[in-house]
Write a protein that binds this ligand. Structure first.
Ligand SMILES: Nc1ncnc2c1ncn2[C@@H]1O[C@H](COP(=O)(O)OP(=O)(O)O)[C@@H](O)[C@H]1O
Ligand SMILES: [Mg+2]
Length: 225
């Protein structure tokens, strides 16, 4: 079977008024189903750029991207959005929960977007909130939850649609060290118990050493892992 994600000779060039900036340089990267990896590197090394390319949030400039064996390098944005909605779950440093919706409604949203009947969406979301140990807080709004609890809701939202891969960009960046550890343990449990494929971007060694594979970026290229 083909790898879940495969980047071949990827380059990403940002064009700004100040000129061109090469953020990814001939980068090669492969991720298998069921892997859990950390992507580490100094600030500015290209971690978020890589995640944006992997998650179809941005196009690479040159190179080839195979998703589940399919070349997606030249697909239109609308088609990429459809694949992204079904197959990729995102978790960000600042959670990005909708403030007016409670935890349950936030988790249901991606399912409702794709036309899942409300009853089914509700049941799946309640199950997912239980898995992340948030069943007691389903009717709480984000401002009634701690940072760690908000991140658990965001993880439930990322996972509820049976995404093939979770891309988490600095998911513990706003959390204290105990809460960061708990969130990482949750990712490990989801990886080991449900075989979820998880990519965690971090600049924190204490976070990355939880992961069996660590990929190090330096100046837009993989130097290790
Ligand atoms: N939209 C953009 N336009 C121009 N340059 C950018 C843009 N996004 C990122 N960069 C530059 O690309 C490099 C890599 O950025 P980024 O991927 O955000 O790194 P990291 O997440 O590792 O800190 C940095 O030098 C950054 O300034
Ligand atoms: Mg970043």
């Amino acid at each position: 079977m083909s790898s879940l994600l495969k980047l071949e000779n990827i380059t990403k060039v940002y064009r700004t008024n100040a000129g061109e900036y090469v953020a990814l340089k001939n980068l090669n990267f492969t991720l298998e189903r069921g892997e859990m990896i950390a992507i580490v590197g100094a600030s500015g090394s290209g971690k978020s750029t890589l995640m944006n390319v992997l998650g179809f949030l941005d196009h690479c400039t040159t190179g080839k991207y195979l998703f589940s064996g399919r070349d997606v390098s030249h697909l239109e944005d609308a088609e990429l959005a459809t694949i992204r909605n079904k197959k990729i779950g995102f978790v960000f440093q600042s959670f990005f929960l909708l403030p007016r919706l409670n935890a349950l409604q936030n988790v249901m949203l991606p399912l409702l977007y794709r036309g899942t009947p409300t009853d089914t969406a509700k049941q799946k979301s309640l199950d997912m909130l239980s898995k992340v140990n948030m069943q007691k807080f389903v009717d709480h709004k984000p401002n009634q939850l701690s940072g760690g609890q908000q991140q658990r809701v965001a993880i439930a939202r990322a996972l509820v649609g049976d995404a093939e891969v979770i891309l988490a960009d600095e998911p513990t960046g706003s959390l204290d060290s105990k809460t960061s550890h708990d969130v990482m343990q949750l990712f490990i449990d989801l990886n080991q118990q449900e075989n979820r494929t998880i990519v965690v971007i971090t600049h924190d060694n204490k976070i990355s050493h939880h992961c069996p594979r660590v990929v190090t970026l330096h100046d837009g290229n993989v130097v290790e892992g």
